[in-house]
Design a protein around this ligand. Structure first.
Ligand code: CTP
Length: 142
């Protein structure tokens, strides 16, 4: 038996790399069923102010095909920003997030909202030295 039943994590997952894989494998180590929210193209354009290289439906397909992922679903801006909305939709008992979010105002608030519902947040280590932004820069230099 794993620590949690249904786990949820969210991200863009553009240009899939080993940092993404590490994160998702660590999530799956702790839950029986892992749902991954894939931020839609509209979110990336409006919030991250960039255009994803891999379009949303393909990012969903790639993540959905991984052994460590049970279900990948496309999520909109509201669901990405408001984890209570994500909780209503996906009914998880743990939210996984990068440890760079720990102690942020946004996550402190989410912890307070989740606590009475018995939903936990687990912060996982960010893999150093690789990111989608780094990959794009390397390609630009070639
Ligand atoms: N992630 C990670 N280690 C990395 C890169 C990403 O653990 N080296 C995690 C993030 O913390 C997040 C998920 O993978 O939980 C999806 O991250 P995303 O923002 O899509 O990937 P990045 O490569 O960080 O993208 P960008 O460079 O555009 O910020």
């Amino acid at each position: 038996m794993k620590k949690y039943k249904i786990g949820f994590t969210a991200g863009v997952f553009d240009l899939f790399h080993v940092g993404h894989l590490n994160l998702l494998e660590r999530c799956k180590e702790q839950c029986e069923y892992l749902v991954v929210g894939i931020c839609n193209d509209d979110y990336v354009k409006k919030v991250k102010k960039t255009t994803p290289i891999i379009e949303e439906k393909d990012r969903v397909r790639i993540i959905d095909a991984l052994k460590c992922v049970d279900k990948a679903v496309l999520i909109d801006i509201e669901t990405t920003n408001d984890k209570m909305l994500a909780l209503e939709k996906f009914g998880f008992d743990v939210l996984f997030s990068g440890d760079d979010w720990k102690d942020s105002e946004r996550y402190k608030k989410t912890e307070e909202q989740f606590a009475p519902l018995g939903v936990k947040i687990e912060y996982l280590p960010y893999t150093k030295g690789v990111s989608t932004t780094d990959i794009k820069q390397k390609i630009d230099k070639n």
